[in-house]
Design a protein around this ligand. Structure first.
Ligand code: SF4
Length: 259
């Protein structure tokens, strides 16, 4: 285990990669939201995948526009799932996107990181977590866990950028999240790390605040889940990097990674 004295070293390394914080945001998601948008306790919903038992909590029926469960179940590879998504127009988020941002990394990764949705940089580059927040996640993976981005798998709840970086709406999450559920089934990781409240609420089907969820092991269909804060939140609240590092250390211990 990493000694207490080493914590500032790793947190400091993450700090060095991040610009100074601007205005503090009490929310735990990585998005900037127009005024009047969902507050910190906004509820995300999850649509159960075919043949699976829905987690207990806040669950909405899949909208008619949601992907066909039989087609999802028939997909056997991540490439096949990407092909099924295609030029998806199942929810209104297709209207403002540049491209679908599917996921990146080892298709058999031991750990999957799940964020909320693509931002501007991700939308332009077609890869999740490539902007400032993405650099911080890369630092967590590389400087903290001593892995590479190619060793892990990174994806989001919704695959298209919400316009003006607003939060995804519940029906958008319900429509798109079956893709995430199948994505996770295909990777079959040993551990999932949810980044921010939307990923945690979607995979855990709960509306429990992320401040209470983080740092506590949860379960998603038999896979241990470690909820933690979104890297974009850390850009605005760098003091919380040590908190996230504590969560990541639990993940490393669970995976048997050297501290
Ligand atoms: S967010 Fe998901 S469901 Fe909506 S258009 Fe994009 S891929 Fe399709």
């Amino acid at each position: 285990m990493l000694g207490v004295v080493e914590l500032p070293v790793v947190a400091g390394a993450l700090e060095a990669a991040s610009p100074p914080s601007t205005a503090a945001d009490p929310r735990d998601t990585g998005r900037m939201v127009p005024s009047g948008g969902p507050g910190p306790e906004a509820v995300a919903v999850a649509a159960p995948a075919a043949g699976r038992t829905a987690a207990v909590g806040v669950v909405a029926a899949a909208p008619a526009s949601a992907p066909d469960p039989a087609e999802l179940a028939a997909v056997r590879t991540l490439d096949g799932l990407r092909g099924l998504i295609g030029d998806c127009r199942r929810c209104r988020l297709h209207g403002a996107r540049t491209q679908v941002v599917f996921g990146v990394g080892d298709p058999k990764a031991r750990v999957v990181f799940v964020g909320e949705g693509p931002g501007r940089d991700e939308d332009l580059q077609g890869e999740p977590f490539v902007g400032r927040a993405g650099q911080l996640l890369t630092d967590i993976v590389e400087k903290g866990m001593k892995l590479t981005r190619a060793d892990v798998y990174i994806c989001n709840v919704v695959k298209c950028r919400p316009p003006q970086n607003r939060n995804p709406e519940p029906d958008e999450v319900a429509t798109c999240s079956p893709f995430l559920h199948r994505q996770i089934e295909l990777v079959a990781p040993e551990v999932i790390v949810t980044l921010g409240k939307f990923a945690a609420h979607t995979l855990l089907a709960t509306d429990t605040p992320i401040t209470r969820l983080r740092g506590q092991w949860q379960d998603h269909r038999g896979i241990p889940v470690m909820p933690t804060f979104h890297p974009a939140y850390l850009l605005r609240n760098p003091a919380e990097k040590k908190t996230v590092w504590q969560d990541i250390k639990q993940v490393m211990a669970r995976l048997g990674l050297p501290a």
